[in-house]
Design a protein around this ligand. Sequence first.
Ligand code: PNW
Length: 471
Amino acid sequence: MLSFPKDFLWGVACASYQCEGGWDEDGKGRSIWDDFCHDLSGHIRNDETGDTACDSYHRFREDVALMKEFGVRAYRFSVSWPRVIPDGDGDVNEAGLRFYGQLVDELLANDIEPLVTLYHWDLPSALQDRGGWLSRDIVSAFGRYAEILARAFGPRVKTYLTINEPQCVTWLGYGSGEHAPGLRMGEEKLAQIYHNIALSHSEAQRRIKAVQEDALVGIVPCGRLCFPEKDTPRGRDAAYRATFDLSRPGWYFTFNIILDSLILRRYDDSAPEAVRRFASRIPSADWDLMETPDFIGVNVYNGDVVDENGDFLKRHPGFPLTAMKWPVTPEVMHYGPLNLYRRYGLPMLITENGQSCNDRIFLDGRVHDPERIDFLHRYLLQLRRAVCEGVPVKGYLQWSFLDNFEWSHGYDERFGLIYVDYPTQRRIPKDSAGWYRDVIKSGGASLGPDPEDGKVQTCNSDILTTNGANT
Ligand code: PNW
């Protein structure tokens, strides 16, 4: 009896700046994250940097061997743009390309499918000097970069993710300034950045497919995902509407701000004034340039609960939190993908899910992380509900295989299945690594029955219908 489809892809994910290190080796150019960390003005906890990180630039073979040992079937990694094209749109750094070619070969030799993210936030500094994502020049530079990678990888790589979390790139990078390049811009400029990102995704998708027709190309948005307090038709509708309502605070942190552009080729009627003003100036030729992705990569960490009237409910005192103080809301893994499917009708891949814990090495020399196991277990049970309802989720990637550099939080936050002792770079599998190995090996059967009804659901082959927003 299978509850997840037989070809369901089980894997793990990471990103270049968070794990590679080797920040100035073998001809790599500088990225905005190198600059942001090096200026030591309090952007990053403990003034930490990704200069060395997990040293995966040198230890990738050891890391891939560990993935193999724990049964991982897919690895989502990102390419550092300035490692491959130091100034972003000039000469190619062959040594950088070679590194990623070797990583891909090592994965394939171990039966692990490489899933390649083109952009996980380490923009070449030289491009930021020319405006970064605010400048429309980025569209052709990003397209060229994508084509260079697609040519280099050839048929070895079948799945690409273009841009990780446009919402974080835009809002955290150019709005709140919490992330590199640390700027604070107004809403119309943020809308311009979103538009440039949508055009960049589209250009990359076209150029990858021109080189490799059968490649699958997705994008990885993030943002507010809502779920109903009560699972009733009214509750579900309210959660759907709240998820995509741009008139609520934080329009820049919603999935539809980017996906409506790419897929529906318009902005939602609920868009705030600044966005509408910007949208009214978009030339109609731009809409013709938009490419619908083949699938949506969804990063799922937590969500908001709404009642049947669509009001957001406050969490009760003492609500369960992760070490990073993110709420533990497993239901988001059911209703998040469900609502995205209802609006867009596309297949999905869970591209990230996990939690940070205050992990440490115990007296017995091992790393025990029962909270992480409980978290993954709860979220995967909810994902099973979505899959059993017919939501086409093709795979699940845990974030993250190794502990790594958690952006402005530095190394304090540990998301890994594998503990990294940074002073020695020793890797120590946590209890959760063994637990996840069993999940993968059993195709999800080891999750056991759903505590709510005591049953192990099985897949429903009748695929849900979408509500037609995209027709
Ligand atoms: C993701 N939120 O970012 C990133 O893609 C990863 O690089 C990062 O390490 C991981 O999550 C863990 O933080 C997120 O506010 C940023 O819900 C913000 C949110 C979620 C994920």
